[in-house]
Design a protein around this ligand. Structure first.
Ligand SMILES: [Zn+2]
Length: 256
């Protein structure tokens, strides 16, 4: 495992659950060959934390965005704030933004409003977008089709192979989380096997989505190696090759 270098393309290191041991979490990430971590934004009042973290650590990279899960709590003014924050802090991407139709809690129209508004801001700033899509992949595709110059990643991809291919054609990377390590993740495994390695990213989505070995525990970037080994087995390729190419992909997308 010595010459392996990994990038965690999606990890919520700013969340409160890391407040008591964040430096140990970062140390374990380093010990497990995770060289860089992308921190997506979720709500406006967390953006400042992300700025503080990424200012302090060179290998942590900021995104700012409004997560669909909290669409009810976002304010229209947050779009203006997002625009200003991006102009001021030059993050590596806008996000995470998107659609989550798993829960009926948050109104679809409200989610769509914030999603489209954020795609507009991303295009204006020529920034890649980090997209959250749960049971909404068709709608997500419809929205991003309206924009000519977008690129980005679909974080923790859970759609079909056919949808993955369409997204790849639209300049999107497919990011795979620890969910792929579970025996029942049949479609996800099929996607991982079939898509080109040049379109793949790895992520933990920590503190959520721990892999099968860490089921029930708080997830953290150090566990990315477990997702890497599952993907290597599925694709019948070496850990080194997958680590190398997925890191190149992340460097390309986020310009890091
Ligand atoms: Zn996330």
């Amino acid at each position: 495992m010595q010459n392996i270098r990994l990038i965690d393309s999606h990890c919520h290191l700013d969340f409160d659950v890391f407040d008591h041991d964040r430096s140990q979490v970062l140390q374990r990430a380093q010990d497990n060959n995770v060289t860089d971590i992308i921190i997506p934004g979720t709500r406006h009042h967390y953006w400042q934390r992300i700025t503080r973290l990424t200012d302090k650590h060179q290998h942590l990279h900021a995104c700012y965005g409004l997560h669909p899960y909290w669409a009810d709590t976002h304010d229209k003014q947050d779009i203006t704030k997002l625009d200003e924050t991006i102009a001021r802090n030059q993050p590596v991407a806008l996000g995470e933004c998107g659609l989550d139709f798993r829960t009926q809690q948050v109104d679809k129209k409200t989610q769509l409003f914030f999603f489209d508004a954020q795609l507009t801001v991303a295009e204006q700033h020529r920034l890649p977008v980090v997209i959250h899509s749960v049971r909404a992949t068709e709608k997500v595709i419809q929205s991003i089709r309206k924009f000519k110059n977008l690129k980005g990643m679909i974080h923790s991809f859970s759609g079909s192979l056919e949808q993955a291919k369409r997204l790849i054609d639209m300049n999107f990377y497919i990011s795979i989380s620890g969910s792929v390590t579970y025996a029942n993740a049949k479609t996800m495994k099929e996607v991982v096997k079939a898509i080109p390695l040049t379109s793949l990213l790895l992520e933990t989505d920590a503190p959520d989505q721990a892999d099968a070995k860490n089921h029930g525990n708080r997830n953290e970037p150090a566990y990315l190696v477990n997702t890497l080994s599952t993907i290597a087995q599925l694709r019948e390729e070496t850990l080194t090759d997958i680590a190398r190419q997925t890191s190149l992909n992340a460097k390309d997308l986020f310009a890091i």
